[in-house]
Design a protein around this ligand. Structure first.
Ligand SMILES: C[C@H](O)[C@@H](O)[C@@H](O)C(=O)CO
Length: 538
């Protein structure tokens, strides 16, 4: 790589919330120290492009405004590393990265403590959508052979090549005629009927990749209804106390546990839960009013300053068996059905969830689906498992149909105060063992793409699940997943989003069949589909 000084710039994008940046700063410092040592071993030096801020007590770029200023002050030709060990808002650094001319490397530490890998994956998906060239890398201790070799490659060539031999384009394989016909016929009907996607305040936490350009979505037969979280809040005020109580009673009768305390600043309170029940009713009513087939509430900007977290609402909406919601006229809304919800208004996930939920029903299977963060993972050996087991974890809610014992296995715990000042509970549980289809819709070259594969939600010993929870965020729902024919590094190199979509299939053969059928449906909707990992072709 051309750089006579052999000096690389380092930037660190952070959260917008001061509390999160302060809490997570020690992990970032520790990571930067290890990274700097590794870089120096290869004969290069590191220059931090922005200093530690004594007043704020952290050293992150914490706004788009600050990010643009930082990039104004650096040499645009110099190689640059974006180093992440925390959840970050991509738009803090995206403007600068779009015009940076030197090689860009996104990098994260292999740690579950904070969602740093998740932050880097969001950055990767966003840079892909923005058509910015970048390389990407990760490491646990910055001393392993894989990391050392790849870093060397980047210093020498300004680029890193990863193994993507697990990917095959849909076009290049032949799937059974029956699967293809079913998927395509479903998609043709979807396109003809058209669907409305309700978006409560577009663009969550700088996730540029999660916004699908309208024309791309229109080509699939999906149309956005831009809704406002202010209207949602206003509608919540109109929900009667007894209606909220009826939702809560329904959940308690199903055996769901609420981990209530009394200190609202740090504990979940019954009042917070009742507010969440009001949001569940209000969101369903608005969805019905606008004819939405799916909705997404972003919560983490705007609504977070007004009311308890949206998670309970999100998890319930995604479940077919859920507390009934009635219109003010008395009619039950979306009776007997889920209303697929896409967390953090991730519109790519919204399209995926909508297609999946309805396709699964036609395949005669339960269609409850959710996104998770691709949070972290480790090899696990024990019982009949000897595989790399991912921690799929989402910041609040998954449908109870995914959990061991359903609602009776579900609990609601207070959202961590550093992210969620006004509290509200999660909808948490351990995802039951079973075969899954995983996928991700993303934007690349101004076209919609879909990566799809099969996997398994595995049952780890209780102590191991607990250990993984303690190493990450124990308040959030977990799925321990293996991906068929995809290694850890292949997944990290390829995946273009912080989120991954999952849905269960009745058995292994049906997972493969449904994966093929969904791929055909997505292709018919106009997406460019890529099979990832081992899929049976017949
Ligand atoms: C609470 C955090 O902001 C989370 O929402 C974040 O870690 C994510 O889930 C990102 O997908």
């Amino acid at each position: 790589m051309e750089n006579s000084k052999k000096q690389v710039l380092l930037v660190a994008s952070g959260d917008l919330r001061l509390s999160a940046n302060q809490n997570c700063w020690p992990a970032q410092q520790e990571m930067e120290a290890m990274l700097t040592a590794a870089i120096e071993k290869q004969g290069w030096t590191v220059k931090r492009a922005h200093p530690y801020n004594n007043e704020k007590e952290h050293g992150f770029i914490d706004s788009q405004k600050m990010g643009i200023e930082v990039f104004r002050g650096i040499d645009p030709e110099q190689p640059l590393i974006v180093a992440e060990s925390v959840w970050q808002y991509t738009h803090h650094v995206l403007p600068g990265l779009t015009t940076h001319k030197g090689s860009i490397l996104t990098l994260a530490n292999w740690s579950g403590t904070w969602p740093g890998l998740v932050g880097m994956l969001n950055l990767n998906g966003s840079l892909t959508k923005a058509d910015v060239k970048y390389s990407t890398l990760w490491s646990e201790d910055f001393e392993d052979e894989f990391f050392t070799q790849k870093l060397k490659e980047w210093f020498e060539t300004g680029n890193i090549t990863h193994d993507e031999s697990h990917v095959q384009s849909f076009e290049s394989v032949t799937i059974p005629q029956a699967d293809e016909a079913l998927g395509r016929e479903f998609a043709r009907r979807y396109k003809t009927n058209k669907a409305i996607m309700g978006v409560f305040d577009e663009g969550c936490m700088g996730m540029y990749n999660a916004i699908v350009p309208d024309d791309l979505l229109h080509a699939t037969g999906t149309f956005k209804e831009r809704l406002s979280q202010s209207s949602l809040y206003a509608a919540m005020q109109k929900v009667k106390d007894e209606e909220a109580q009826a939702v809560l009673t329904w959940l308690q009768n199903k055996g769901m546990h609420f981990n209530w305390g009394i200190d609202a600043a740090t504990e979940l309170t019954k009042e917070q839960t009742l507010e969440q029940c009001k949001m569940y009713i209000a969101a369903t009513r608005i969805a019905d009013e606008f004819g939405c087939a799916t909705i997404g509430i972003q919560y983490q900007q705007g609504l977070k300053d007004l009311t308890a977290a949206s998670d309970l609402t999100e998890g319930l909406l995604n479940n077919q068996d859920r507390p009934p919601v009635f219109a003010e006229t008395g009619e039950e809304l979306y009776a007997g059905d889920a209303l697929p919800h896409f967390n953090e208004v991730d519109e790519c996930a919204g399209l995926d969830a909508l297609v999946t939920y309805h396709l699964w029903k036609e395949l005669g299977m339960q269609g409850e689906t959710t996104l998770h963060d691709l949070r972290w993972g480790e090899q696990f050996t024990g019982g009949n498992i000897n595989d790399f087991v991912w921690v799929f974890l989402i910041s609040g809610a998954a449908p109870p149909a995914h959990f061991i014992d359903g609602y009776a296995g579900a609990s609601s715990e207070r959202q961590p105060p550093m992210y969620f000042r006004l509290g509200g509970g999660s909808l948490k549980g351990i995802s039951k063992p079973g075969h899954i289809v995983w996928s991700r819709v993303y934007v690349m070259n101004n076209q919609l793409h879909c990566d799809i594969g099969v996997g398994e939600s595995v049952l780890l010993p209780e102590a191991e699940t607990q250990r993984r929870w303690e190493l990450t965020t124990p308040q959030w729902p977990i799925m321990s997943a293996t991906l068929k024919g995809v290694t850890r590094n292949q997944m990290m190199a390829r995946h273009k989003a912080n989120h991954i979509q999952v849905v269960y299939a009745d058995n292994e053969a049906k997972a493969h069949q449904a994966c093929r059928t969904k791929a055909a449906a997505m292709a018919e909707l106009g997406l460019i589909v890529h099979f990832c990992g081992d899929i049976n072709w017949n």
